[in-house]
Ligand binder design. Structure first.
Ligand code: SAM
Length: 480
């Protein structure tokens, strides 16, 4: 039986890398049979979250962490449920040619990455397959090529939140959570973080150990923007001595430093006068500057974000100047500003008031005109108002993981000629797009963005057109 809250040590008889460390923290067995223990399985596919899929001799499905399609593995069950088991590889008997050596020594324990044992090209193929499959499950076939937008697979992550805990022995832990667990993995290095962030990990831990009250630090956020690295503390209780120590640490390492102070309603303060935070975006030969503040949304991978912006601009390149574009869930203007720079008449809506302010300031900074609005885009009346006011030719939307259920329902009875949907969750994307397709929209372009290499997280983009509504608009402009 799997021990409650215990980890099963994984042994690698074959010496295949990536399996030397257990992938699991604590799993409770959920009642039913976990008597299968360890068994040899053939893996016949990869689940969306990157786990290998196999079957026990009795036909029961097993999801196996660390196993790849086509492999023969010995798998140890750590959770047994009624309809399926969850297991991890204890030995690779026959390895897939796509198996790779994980670049990070923490891989297998740290929950930050789950695909490092798969070659990067195969990770990207897998993501394309996931998008196709999730769409197919909703009855939508993605015909034609799905573009892959990608950058470097290592050293890409420009923002990271690190948990901080002090254990019962007074030892400070700092890092990401272990997979499926609240336990923190003590990070010494990280292969996906930008080097200027990864090199701070060791000094940060040392510094935490030197504080009088490290228990009062909830987490740390690291942010790499153009020409500046920013450290933001979540300080649960004021401790003047420690705040001064942080100020000195930031000075020594050339960091901006700010703090969210207080447990329940934290307020933000800079501890030192910050360098201005900004990110560059290229549009043709123009370079746009986007100013931001800690807490603002920022796409985690600069190179892949630039590819997404390039695709948005390219997919809409045929539109004439002054085309009305409504950019929803606009953040600080990541897509609004490039579209305005290309001559579109952009109205941008975002729910967070501070980001709306920043978006307007960013437009002014780049001498662009963007109408920035604050709106709750889950509210059909607010969306209706925006649609009526602008009568957009193009609607760009980039919602959070929950998707845009209400908005897409509105777009079925109030069609917009072109909809460009950028998504960080392919399941809600598939749900929303199936509704649009049923209402007559046609998918014209699709792409998967490998924003988080070495993880199963996937971003995607689809361009849809509504032919009837396009014809109506063309007819109206021919007569107008
Ligand atoms: C995935 S981010 C995209 C931001 C921006 N498009 C970008 O690329 O940087 C989603 C954005 O939606 C905003 N948001 C989330 N829920 C919202 C809501 N109900 N109404 C309006 N905006 C919302 C968030 O504040 C966030 O800025």
């Amino acid at each position: 039986m799997a021990g409650l809250g215990k980890r099963r040590p994984a042994r690698s008889r074959s010496g295949v890398s990536g399996l030397d460390q257990p992938r699991h923290a604590s799993h409770a067995t959920s009642g039913a049979d976990s008597s299968q223990g360890t068994s040899e399985l053939t893996i016949h596919g990869l689940a969306h979250d990157g786990r290998g899929v196999g079957r026990h001799a009795d036909g029961k499905t097993v999801f196996v962490d660390g196993a790849l399609d086509g492999e023969r593995v010995r798998a140890s069950v750590h959770v047994s449920r009624k309809r399926f088991d969850e297991a991890h590889v204890s030995e690779v008997v026959e390895a897939s040619p796509a198996r790779a050596t994980p670049p990070c020594p923490h891989y297998g324990r740290c929950g930050g990455c789950d695909l490092q044992h798969l070659a990067v090209a195969s990770q990207r193929e897998h993501k394309v397959g996931v998008l196709r499959e999730l769409m197919a499950r909703q009855g939508v076939e993605l015909l034609g090529e799905i573009q892959v937008l990608a950058g470097d697979a290592e050293g890409y992550r420009r923002r990271a939140r690190l948990g901080v805990r002090v254990d019962s022995n007074g030892r400070v832990r700092m890092g990401f959570r272990a997979r499926h667990s609240h336990r923190l993995i003590d990070l010494e290095t990280c292969s996906v973080m930008r080097p200027e962030l990864a090199e701070l990990l060791a000094p940060l831990r040392q510094h935490l150990e030197s504080l009088e009250a490290p228990r009062h630090v909830g987490h740390l956020e690291l942010l790499a923007t153009d020409d500046a690295v920013t450290l933001v503390l979540r300080q649960l209780r004021q401790h003047d001595g420690d705040l001064e120590r942080w100020r000195v640490f930031a000075g020594q390492h050339g960091l901006n430093i700010g703090v969210w102070l207080g447990r329940d309603n934290p307020r933000f303060e800079w501890l030192s006068a910050p360098e201005r935070l900004s990110c560059r975006l290229r549009v043709d030969r123009q370079v746009l500057q986007l100013g931001l503040e800690p807490g603002d949304f920022l796409q985690a991978n600069e190179a892949v974000n630039q590819c997404m912006v390039d695709s948005v601009v390219e997919w809409l390149a045929a539109l004439p100047a002054d085309t009305p574009v409504l950019d929803l869930f606009a953040g600080i203007g990541n897509f609004s500003l490039p579209l305005a720079a290309r001559g579109a008449r952009v109205m941008a809506a975002e729910g967070n008031a501070a980001m709306v302010e920043r978006l307007a300031a960013n437009a002014a900074l780049n001498e662009l005109t963007v109408e920035a609005r604050q709106a709750d885009l889950g509210d059909a009346t607010a969306v209706e108002r925006l649609l009526t006011e602008l009568a957009p030719e193009v609607l760009v939307l980039d919602p959070p993981r929950s998707g845009a259920n209400t908005l897409c329902r509105q777009l079925t009875y109030r069609p917009v000629p072109r909809v460009l949907y950028i998504s960080c969750d392919p399941a809600t994307l598939a749900r929303d797009v199936a509704r649009l397709v049923e209402a007559g929209y046609v998918i014209r372009r699709s792409a998967v963005a490998d924003m988080f290499s070495h993880t199963s997280h996937l971003e995607s983009m689809l361009l849809l057109e509504h032919p009837d509504s396009m014809r109506q608009r063309q007819g109206a402009s021919a007569h107008g």
